[in-house]
Design a protein around this ligand. Structure first.
Ligand SMILES: *Cc1c(COP(=O)(O)O)cnc(C)c1O
Ligand SMILES: [Zn+2]
Length: 417
Protein backbone atom coordinates (compact mmCIF):
# COMPACT_ATOMS: atom_id res chain seq x y z
CA UNK A 1 0.00 0.00 0.00
CA UNK A 2 1.11 3.54 -0.78
CA UNK A 3 0.66 5.94 2.13
CA UNK A 4 1.64 9.28 0.57
CA UNK A 5 -0.72 12.00 1.78
CA UNK A 6 0.69 15.16 0.18
CA UNK A 7 3.76 17.01 -1.02
CA UNK A 8 4.80 20.05 1.00
CA UNK A 9 7.09 22.90 0.00
CA UNK A 10 10.40 22.96 1.90
CA UNK A 11 10.47 26.75 1.68
CA UNK A 12 6.89 27.91 2.41
CA UNK A 13 5.06 24.79 3.55
CA UNK A 14 2.35 24.94 0.88
CA UNK A 15 0.72 21.59 0.26
CA UNK A 16 0.27 19.89 -3.13
CA UNK A 17 -1.31 16.73 -4.48
CA UNK A 18 1.21 14.21 -5.85
CA UNK A 19 0.34 14.80 -9.52
CA UNK A 20 2.59 13.69 -12.42
CA UNK A 21 3.56 17.23 -13.38
CA UNK A 22 4.12 18.46 -9.85
CA UNK A 23 7.85 18.92 -9.22
CA UNK A 24 8.38 22.14 -7.22
CA UNK A 25 6.29 24.82 -5.51
CA UNK A 26 4.41 27.30 -7.74
CA UNK A 27 5.05 30.14 -5.32
CA UNK A 28 8.72 29.49 -4.56
CA UNK A 29 10.04 28.16 -7.89
CA UNK A 30 13.17 25.99 -7.96
CA UNK A 31 14.01 26.52 -4.25
CA UNK A 32 10.53 25.29 -3.44
CA UNK A 33 11.56 21.65 -3.52
CA UNK A 34 8.91 19.33 -2.15
CA UNK A 35 8.82 16.87 0.72
CA UNK A 36 6.82 13.70 0.24
CA UNK A 37 4.60 13.21 3.29
CA UNK A 38 3.20 9.90 4.54
CA UNK A 39 0.47 8.79 6.86
CA UNK A 40 3.03 7.44 9.32
CA UNK A 41 0.38 5.82 11.46
CA UNK A 42 -0.70 3.71 8.53
CA UNK A 43 2.95 2.98 7.68
CA UNK A 44 3.61 1.87 11.25
CA UNK A 45 0.62 -0.45 11.16
CA UNK A 46 2.15 -2.26 8.18
CA UNK A 47 5.87 -2.08 8.86
CA UNK A 48 8.03 -2.36 11.96
CA UNK A 49 11.45 -3.76 12.94
CA UNK A 50 10.04 -7.21 13.75
CA UNK A 51 8.33 -7.58 10.42
CA UNK A 52 11.42 -6.28 8.65
CA UNK A 53 13.55 -8.87 10.44
CA UNK A 54 11.40 -11.61 8.90
CA UNK A 55 11.41 -10.18 5.37
CA UNK A 56 13.82 -12.03 3.06
CA UNK A 57 13.74 -9.20 0.45
CA UNK A 58 17.05 -7.34 0.80
CA UNK A 59 16.22 -4.60 -1.73
CA UNK A 60 14.89 -1.12 -1.00
CA UNK A 61 11.39 -2.47 -1.61
CA UNK A 62 11.44 -4.05 1.86
CA UNK A 63 10.57 -0.52 3.02
CA UNK A 64 7.60 -0.44 0.62
CA UNK A 65 5.06 1.23 2.93
CA UNK A 66 7.53 4.13 3.32
CA UNK A 67 8.00 4.51 -0.44
CA UNK A 68 5.83 6.59 -2.79
CA UNK A 69 5.14 3.92 -5.40
CA UNK A 70 4.94 0.14 -5.63
CA UNK A 71 7.95 -1.59 -7.13
CA UNK A 72 6.40 -1.86 -10.59
CA UNK A 73 8.32 -3.93 -13.12
CA UNK A 74 11.74 -2.65 -12.06
CA UNK A 75 14.00 -5.69 -12.05
CA UNK A 76 17.34 -4.67 -10.58
CA UNK A 77 18.20 -5.55 -6.99
CA UNK A 78 18.82 -2.06 -5.64
CA UNK A 79 19.82 -1.62 -1.99
CA UNK A 80 20.92 -4.21 0.54
CA UNK A 81 24.55 -3.06 0.44
CA UNK A 82 26.97 -4.12 3.16
CA UNK A 83 27.82 -2.08 6.23
CA UNK A 84 31.43 -2.95 7.02
CA UNK A 85 33.15 -2.43 10.30
CA UNK A 86 36.19 -0.32 9.48
CA UNK A 87 38.01 0.27 12.71
CA UNK A 88 41.27 -0.42 10.88
CA UNK A 89 40.86 2.73 8.85
CA UNK A 90 40.88 5.14 11.78
CA UNK A 91 41.52 4.22 15.36
CA UNK A 92 40.25 6.22 18.30
CA UNK A 93 36.53 6.18 17.52
CA UNK A 94 34.05 4.10 19.51
CA UNK A 95 33.02 2.51 16.23
CA UNK A 96 33.40 3.16 12.53
CA UNK A 97 31.46 1.61 9.69
CA UNK A 98 31.48 2.01 5.92
CA UNK A 99 28.26 1.72 3.96
CA UNK A 100 29.55 0.53 0.61
CA UNK A 101 27.34 1.83 -2.17
CA UNK A 102 29.80 0.68 -4.82
CA UNK A 103 27.87 -2.59 -4.57
CA UNK A 104 24.73 -1.14 -6.11
CA UNK A 105 23.93 -2.60 -9.55
CA UNK A 106 25.41 0.38 -11.45
CA UNK A 107 28.06 1.18 -8.85
CA UNK A 108 26.67 4.14 -6.92
CA UNK A 109 24.04 5.18 -4.40
CA UNK A 110 22.10 6.87 -7.22
CA UNK A 111 20.48 3.53 -8.04
CA UNK A 112 18.24 3.99 -5.02
CA UNK A 113 16.81 7.23 -6.39
CA UNK A 114 16.47 6.01 -9.95
CA UNK A 115 14.66 2.83 -8.94
CA UNK A 116 12.06 4.82 -7.01
CA UNK A 117 11.67 7.50 -9.71
CA UNK A 118 11.19 4.90 -12.43
CA UNK A 119 8.58 3.10 -10.31
CA UNK A 120 6.90 6.48 -9.81
CA UNK A 121 7.02 7.18 -13.56
CA UNK A 122 5.25 3.88 -14.15
CA UNK A 123 2.42 4.78 -11.76
CA UNK A 124 2.14 8.10 -13.61
CA UNK A 125 1.97 6.25 -16.94
CA UNK A 126 5.15 7.84 -18.30
CA UNK A 127 7.33 5.94 -20.76
CA UNK A 128 10.37 8.20 -21.07
CA UNK A 129 12.40 9.36 -18.07
CA UNK A 130 15.02 12.07 -18.60
CA UNK A 131 17.76 13.33 -16.34
CA UNK A 132 20.80 15.53 -16.23
CA UNK A 133 23.70 14.15 -14.26
CA UNK A 134 27.40 14.39 -13.60
CA UNK A 135 27.39 10.69 -14.50
CA UNK A 136 26.21 8.43 -11.69
CA UNK A 137 22.55 9.43 -11.65
CA UNK A 138 22.63 8.97 -15.41
CA UNK A 139 24.17 5.50 -15.17
CA UNK A 140 21.65 4.62 -12.49
CA UNK A 141 18.68 5.77 -14.54
CA UNK A 142 20.02 4.07 -17.66
CA UNK A 143 20.60 0.82 -15.77
CA UNK A 144 17.23 0.81 -14.04
CA UNK A 145 15.47 1.70 -17.30
CA UNK A 146 17.26 -1.15 -19.06
CA UNK A 147 15.87 -3.51 -16.41
CA UNK A 148 12.36 -2.07 -16.60
CA UNK A 149 10.25 -3.12 -19.57
CA UNK A 150 8.45 -0.15 -21.12
CA UNK A 151 10.74 2.57 -19.75
CA UNK A 152 13.29 4.49 -21.80
CA UNK A 153 15.99 6.81 -20.49
CA UNK A 154 17.24 10.06 -22.02
CA UNK A 155 20.40 11.34 -20.42
CA UNK A 156 22.08 14.76 -20.42
CA UNK A 157 25.68 14.67 -19.18
CA UNK A 158 28.54 17.14 -19.44
CA UNK A 159 30.69 16.16 -22.43
CA UNK A 160 33.73 15.79 -20.12
CA UNK A 161 32.10 13.22 -17.80
CA UNK A 162 34.48 10.33 -16.91
CA UNK A 163 34.61 7.74 -19.66
CA UNK A 164 33.52 4.81 -17.49
CA UNK A 165 30.27 6.58 -16.65
CA UNK A 166 29.55 7.40 -20.30
CA UNK A 167 30.44 3.82 -21.25
CA UNK A 168 27.78 2.57 -18.83
CA UNK A 169 25.14 4.82 -20.39
CA UNK A 170 25.91 3.71 -23.89
CA UNK A 171 25.99 0.03 -22.96
CA UNK A 172 22.69 0.24 -21.09
CA UNK A 173 21.09 1.56 -24.26
CA UNK A 174 20.03 5.00 -23.05
CA UNK A 175 19.72 7.93 -25.44
CA UNK A 176 22.82 9.89 -24.46
CA UNK A 177 23.19 13.62 -24.97
CA UNK A 178 26.71 14.92 -24.29
CA UNK A 179 26.22 18.57 -23.44
CA UNK A 180 29.07 20.88 -24.31
CA UNK A 181 29.07 22.65 -20.98
CA UNK A 182 28.88 22.06 -17.25
CA UNK A 183 26.54 19.88 -15.23
CA UNK A 184 24.54 23.02 -14.53
CA UNK A 185 24.16 23.57 -18.30
CA UNK A 186 23.05 19.97 -18.78
CA UNK A 187 20.56 20.38 -15.95
CA UNK A 188 18.92 23.45 -17.48
CA UNK A 189 18.78 21.85 -20.92
CA UNK A 190 17.05 18.76 -19.53
CA UNK A 191 14.62 20.92 -17.56
CA UNK A 192 13.68 22.86 -20.69
CA UNK A 193 13.36 19.96 -23.08
CA UNK A 194 11.62 17.34 -20.90
CA UNK A 195 8.23 19.03 -20.40
CA UNK A 196 7.95 19.91 -24.10
CA UNK A 197 8.18 16.23 -24.94
CA UNK A 198 6.13 14.86 -22.10
CA UNK A 199 9.15 13.17 -20.55
CA UNK A 200 9.22 12.50 -16.84
CA UNK A 201 12.06 14.53 -15.32
CA UNK A 202 14.27 12.81 -12.75
CA UNK A 203 16.53 15.85 -12.23
CA UNK A 204 18.01 15.92 -8.75
CA UNK A 205 16.59 18.58 -6.48
CA UNK A 206 13.60 18.96 -8.78
CA UNK A 207 11.90 15.58 -8.78
CA UNK A 208 10.60 15.08 -5.22
CA UNK A 209 10.92 11.29 -5.34
CA UNK A 210 14.72 11.03 -5.61
CA UNK A 211 14.89 11.83 -1.89
CA UNK A 212 12.54 8.91 -1.22
CA UNK A 213 14.98 6.50 -2.84
CA UNK A 214 18.02 8.01 -1.16
CA UNK A 215 16.47 7.85 2.29
CA UNK A 216 16.54 4.05 2.11
CA UNK A 217 20.29 4.11 2.79
CA UNK A 218 19.55 5.61 6.21
CA UNK A 219 16.84 3.02 6.90
CA UNK A 220 19.32 0.27 6.01
CA UNK A 221 22.06 1.73 8.19
CA UNK A 222 19.68 1.92 11.15
CA UNK A 223 18.45 -1.61 10.54
CA UNK A 224 21.96 -3.02 10.08
CA UNK A 225 22.91 -1.49 13.45
CA UNK A 226 19.90 -3.21 15.03
CA UNK A 227 18.05 0.13 15.21
CA UNK A 228 20.74 1.66 17.39
CA UNK A 229 21.35 4.78 15.33
CA UNK A 230 24.94 5.98 14.93
CA UNK A 231 25.97 9.32 16.44
CA UNK A 232 27.39 10.69 13.22
CA UNK A 233 26.92 9.98 9.51
CA UNK A 234 29.45 11.43 7.07
CA UNK A 235 28.58 11.82 3.40
CA UNK A 236 29.87 13.84 0.50
CA UNK A 237 27.64 16.55 -0.92
CA UNK A 238 27.16 17.93 -4.42
CA UNK A 239 23.52 18.81 -5.05
CA UNK A 240 22.65 17.91 -1.47
CA UNK A 241 20.06 15.30 -2.34
CA UNK A 242 21.76 12.35 -0.66
CA UNK A 243 22.26 14.16 2.64
CA UNK A 244 18.67 15.41 2.50
CA UNK A 245 17.49 11.87 1.86
CA UNK A 246 19.58 10.45 4.69
CA UNK A 247 18.06 13.04 7.00
CA UNK A 248 14.54 12.10 5.92
CA UNK A 249 15.19 8.39 6.37
CA UNK A 250 16.44 8.82 9.91
CA UNK A 251 13.72 11.36 10.73
CA UNK A 252 10.98 8.98 9.57
CA UNK A 253 12.52 6.04 11.43
CA UNK A 254 12.62 8.29 14.50
CA UNK A 255 9.01 9.43 14.07
CA UNK A 256 7.97 5.79 13.76
CA UNK A 257 9.75 5.01 17.02
CA UNK A 258 12.28 2.66 15.38
CA UNK A 259 15.34 4.64 16.53
CA UNK A 260 15.72 6.88 19.56
CA UNK A 261 17.70 9.71 17.98
CA UNK A 262 18.71 11.21 14.65
CA UNK A 263 22.47 11.20 13.92
CA UNK A 264 24.42 14.40 13.36
CA UNK A 265 24.98 14.70 9.64
CA UNK A 266 28.34 15.91 8.33
CA UNK A 267 28.25 17.03 4.70
CA UNK A 268 31.60 17.06 2.95
CA UNK A 269 32.21 19.17 -0.13
CA UNK A 270 35.25 19.63 -2.34
CA UNK A 271 37.04 22.89 -1.54
CA UNK A 272 36.58 23.92 -5.18
CA UNK A 273 32.83 23.27 -5.05
CA UNK A 274 31.93 24.40 -1.57
CA UNK A 275 28.70 26.34 -2.00
CA UNK A 276 27.04 24.81 1.05
CA UNK A 277 30.16 25.08 3.21
CA UNK A 278 30.29 28.80 2.44
CA UNK A 279 26.60 29.27 3.11
CA UNK A 280 26.86 27.32 6.36
CA UNK A 281 29.90 29.18 7.67
CA UNK A 282 28.66 32.63 6.67
CA UNK A 283 25.05 31.91 7.59
CA UNK A 284 23.91 32.82 4.06
CA UNK A 285 20.40 32.22 2.73
CA UNK A 286 20.59 29.47 0.12
CA UNK A 287 17.43 30.79 -1.52
CA UNK A 288 19.33 33.88 -2.68
CA UNK A 289 23.02 32.92 -2.65
CA UNK A 290 24.25 32.99 -6.28
CA UNK A 291 25.97 30.02 -7.98
CA UNK A 292 29.72 29.53 -7.70
CA UNK A 293 32.12 28.30 -10.37
CA UNK A 294 32.97 24.73 -9.35
CA UNK A 295 36.32 23.01 -9.97
CA UNK A 296 37.19 19.65 -8.47
CA UNK A 297 38.55 16.24 -9.37
CA UNK A 298 35.50 14.78 -7.63
CA UNK A 299 33.11 15.15 -10.56
CA UNK A 300 30.13 13.66 -8.72
CA UNK A 301 30.13 16.50 -6.20
CA UNK A 302 30.91 19.31 -8.63
CA UNK A 303 27.87 21.59 -8.49
CA UNK A 304 27.82 25.36 -8.90
CA UNK A 305 24.30 25.61 -7.52
CA UNK A 306 23.39 22.64 -5.33
CA UNK A 307 19.86 21.86 -6.50
CA UNK A 308 18.75 20.30 -3.25
CA UNK A 309 20.35 22.99 -1.11
CA UNK A 310 17.28 23.67 0.99
CA UNK A 311 16.96 20.05 2.08
CA UNK A 312 20.73 19.77 2.53
CA UNK A 313 21.00 22.83 4.76
CA UNK A 314 18.02 21.68 6.79
CA UNK A 315 19.60 18.23 7.23
CA UNK A 316 22.77 19.69 8.70
CA UNK A 317 21.18 22.40 10.81
CA UNK A 318 18.39 20.28 12.29
CA UNK A 319 20.74 17.47 13.29
CA UNK A 320 23.44 19.67 14.80
CA UNK A 321 25.86 18.63 12.08
CA UNK A 322 28.17 20.68 9.87
CA UNK A 323 29.38 21.21 6.34
CA UNK A 324 33.10 21.05 5.74
CA UNK A 325 35.45 21.18 2.79
CA UNK A 326 38.42 19.05 1.76
CA UNK A 327 40.76 19.86 -1.11
CA UNK A 328 41.42 17.69 -4.15
CA UNK A 329 44.77 16.55 -2.77
CA UNK A 330 43.11 15.24 0.38
CA UNK A 331 40.38 13.58 -1.67
CA UNK A 332 42.82 11.75 -3.91
CA UNK A 333 45.04 10.76 -0.97
CA UNK A 334 42.05 9.14 0.73
CA UNK A 335 41.39 6.75 -2.18
CA UNK A 336 44.37 4.38 -1.77
CA UNK A 337 44.33 4.78 2.00
CA UNK A 338 40.72 3.63 2.27
CA UNK A 339 41.17 0.93 -0.37
CA UNK A 340 44.32 -0.52 1.20
CA UNK A 341 42.93 -0.66 4.74
CA UNK A 342 39.35 -1.75 4.05
CA UNK A 343 39.07 -3.29 0.59
CA UNK A 344 36.50 -0.66 -0.35
CA UNK A 345 37.54 1.32 -3.43
CA UNK A 346 35.86 4.75 -3.49
CA UNK A 347 35.59 7.12 -6.42
CA UNK A 348 36.84 10.64 -5.65
CA UNK A 349 33.45 11.94 -4.49
CA UNK A 350 33.09 9.01 -2.12
CA UNK A 351 36.67 9.41 -0.88
CA UNK A 352 35.85 13.02 0.02
CA UNK A 353 33.68 11.72 2.87
CA UNK A 354 36.61 9.83 4.39
CA UNK A 355 38.88 12.86 4.08
CA UNK A 356 36.07 14.89 5.61
CA UNK A 357 35.81 12.57 8.61
CA UNK A 358 39.49 13.12 9.35
CA UNK A 359 39.05 16.87 9.04
CA UNK A 360 36.00 16.72 11.30
CA UNK A 361 37.92 14.81 13.97
CA UNK A 362 40.70 17.40 13.69
CA UNK A 363 38.18 20.17 14.28
CA UNK A 364 36.54 18.46 17.22
CA UNK A 365 33.27 17.86 15.37
CA UNK A 366 33.52 14.13 16.06
CA UNK A 367 34.41 12.80 19.51
CA UNK A 368 36.19 9.59 20.49
CA UNK A 369 32.98 8.29 21.99
CA UNK A 370 31.05 8.67 18.72
CA UNK A 371 29.80 5.74 16.65
CA UNK A 372 30.32 6.87 13.06
CA UNK A 373 29.14 5.72 9.64
CA UNK A 374 30.80 6.91 6.44
CA UNK A 375 28.76 6.45 3.30
CA UNK A 376 31.02 5.43 0.44
CA UNK A 377 28.74 6.65 -2.31
CA UNK A 378 30.34 5.23 -5.46
CA UNK A 379 32.93 2.86 -6.89
CA UNK A 380 36.50 3.78 -7.76
CA UNK A 381 36.03 1.87 -11.01
CA UNK A 382 33.84 4.78 -12.10
CA UNK A 383 36.94 6.93 -12.51
CA UNK A 384 40.01 4.83 -13.13
CA UNK A 385 41.99 7.87 -14.21
CA UNK A 386 41.54 9.49 -10.81
CA UNK A 387 42.47 6.28 -9.00
CA UNK A 388 45.65 5.99 -11.09
CA UNK A 389 46.50 9.60 -10.36
CA UNK A 390 45.86 9.04 -6.65
CA UNK A 391 48.19 6.05 -6.47
CA UNK A 392 50.85 7.86 -8.53
CA UNK A 393 50.82 10.74 -6.06
CA UNK A 394 51.40 8.48 -3.10
CA UNK A 395 54.43 6.97 -4.81
CA UNK A 396 52.82 3.57 -5.26
CA UNK A 397 54.39 2.18 -8.43
CA UNK A 398 54.28 -1.33 -9.81
CA UNK A 399 57.48 -3.22 -10.60
CA UNK A 400 58.11 -3.58 -14.27
CA UNK A 401 60.17 -6.59 -15.32
CA UNK A 402 60.97 -8.61 -18.41
CA UNK A 403 59.51 -12.14 -18.38
CA UNK A 404 62.62 -13.59 -16.75
CA UNK A 405 62.93 -15.13 -13.23
CA UNK A 406 66.36 -13.63 -12.50
CA UNK A 407 65.26 -10.18 -13.51
CA UNK A 408 62.16 -10.65 -11.37
CA UNK A 409 64.24 -11.70 -8.33
CA UNK A 410 66.59 -8.80 -8.74
CA UNK A 411 63.75 -6.33 -9.00
CA UNK A 412 61.47 -7.85 -6.36
CA UNK A 413 64.08 -8.49 -3.65
CA UNK A 414 66.21 -5.47 -3.65
CA UNK A 415 66.30 -3.49 -6.77
CA UNK A 416 65.17 0.07 -6.50
CA UNK A 417 61.41 -0.19 -6.38
C1 LIG B 1 25.74 12.14 -6.54
C2 LIG B 1 26.89 11.71 -5.74
C3 LIG B 1 27.27 12.38 -4.57
C4 LIG B 1 26.58 13.60 -4.05
O1 LIG B 1 25.21 13.49 -3.92
P1 LIG B 1 24.29 14.80 -3.97
O2 LIG B 1 22.93 14.32 -3.79
O3 LIG B 1 24.54 15.43 -5.32
O4 LIG B 1 24.77 15.68 -2.88
C5 LIG B 1 28.36 11.88 -3.87
N1 LIG B 1 29.04 10.82 -4.30
C6 LIG B 1 28.71 10.15 -5.41
C7 LIG B 1 29.52 8.98 -5.82
C8 LIG B 1 27.64 10.57 -6.17
O5 LIG B 1 27.33 9.93 -7.30
ZN1 LIG C 1 6.69 27.22 -1.56
Amino acid sequence: MVHVTELTCTSCGRSYRPDPDRYVCDDCGPVGTLDVRYDLEAVGAELDPDRLARDPDRTIWRYGPLLPAPRGSTGLAVGGTPLYEATGLLSGLAALWIKDEALEPTGSLKDRASAVVVAQAQTFGRRVVATASTGNAAAALAGVAAATPGIEAVIFVPADAPEAKVAQLLAYGARVVLVEGTYDDAYELCAEVAPRRGWYNRNTGFNPYTTEGKKTVALEIAEQLSWRAPDVVVVSVGDGSIIGGIHKGFAEAHALGWIDRIPRLLGVQAAGSAYLVEAFERDEDVATKPPIDPHTVADSISAGLPRDRVKAMRAVRETGGAFLAVDDGEILAAIPRVAATTGVLPEPAAAAAFAGLEAAIGRGLVADSDRVVVVSTGSGLKDVGAVMEATRRTGIVPLRVPPDPDAFTAAFDGGPA
